[in-house]
Design a protein around this ligand. Structure first.
Ligand code: CA
Length: 228
């Protein structure tokens, strides 16, 4: 599968040159010339790598980097800086950049940095397997995480346990009592109402329209059923 790269850079010539070359290397390249527009793209779409210029109109590279990390977008980022621009490298790394290059740079240098970062992120991904994917969501079992595109969705321990049970019993109608036993383990202080509450919290997190769920479906008079 082609790796998808987002290039946020306002120098037209550089955008053309980089896009051509990266496409020749087999990458899929999207670009944005405006900082804010690029930030929105990175936030809402899924990319394998970001090439991010430091000085940009409307939102600079450091702000983009910091805000993406705050939003738990973990995409690898290479920062581009112009010669003579004062960028404290430590600041860049602190804000979450993975690598940086000073303009003008050799294309081969950029390509090798891209390859290295992609290799690293693929390794991280394969180390966190097994994962389960449905819709635009990825469930990472050994870290108990739910990821939507590149964004981490916080789940409580109980929510994750419930989701896990749903996934491992998908397609089956599960009664509230069954869910209580599996997730709350005969804790006498909880009632079937607790199940409903947790189901509604989960729906808020993984249904596009929680009032019309398509993944965690209510089976009237019985309980719930999970569908991909
Ligand atoms: Ca610039």
């Amino acid at each position: 599968m082609k790796a998808k790269i987002l290039l946020i850079e306002d120098e037209k010539g550089l955008v053309i040159t980089l896009t051509d070359r990266l496409e020749c290397e087999g990458y899929e390249v999207m670009s944005a010339k405006d900082g804010e527009a690029g930030y929105q793209k990175a936030l809402t779409e899924s990319y394998d790598l970001l090439i991010l210029d430091l000085m940009l109109p409307n939102k600079d590279g450091l702000d983009i980097c910091r805000d993406l990390r705050t939003e738990k977008i973990n995409v690898p980022i290479i920062m581009l800086t112009a010669k003579g621009q004062l960028l404290d490298k430590v600041v860049g790394f602190k804000l979450g950049a993975d690598d940086y290059l000073t303009k003008p740079f050799e294309m081969l240098e950029l390509l090798s940095r891209i390859e290295a970062l992609l290799r690293r992120s693929r390794q991280i991904k394969s180390n966190t397997d097994p994962v389960y994917r449905f819709d635009d969501y990825t469930v990472i079992f050994n870290t108990a995480e739910l990821v939507h595109h590149n964004r981490l969705i916080e789940l409580t321990a109980k929510e994750f346990k419930l989701l896990h049970f749903f996934i491992t019993h998908q397609g089956q109608v599960l009664s509230r009592d069954q869910l209580l036993d599996a997730v709350w383990e005969y804790n006498s202080s909880v009632t079937t109402r607790t199940v409903d509450v947790h189901v509604s919290w989960l729906r808020q997190k993984l249904e596009k329209d929680p009032s019309h769920p398509v993944h965690i479906i209510t089976i009237h008079g019985t309980g719930y059923k999970f569908k991909e």
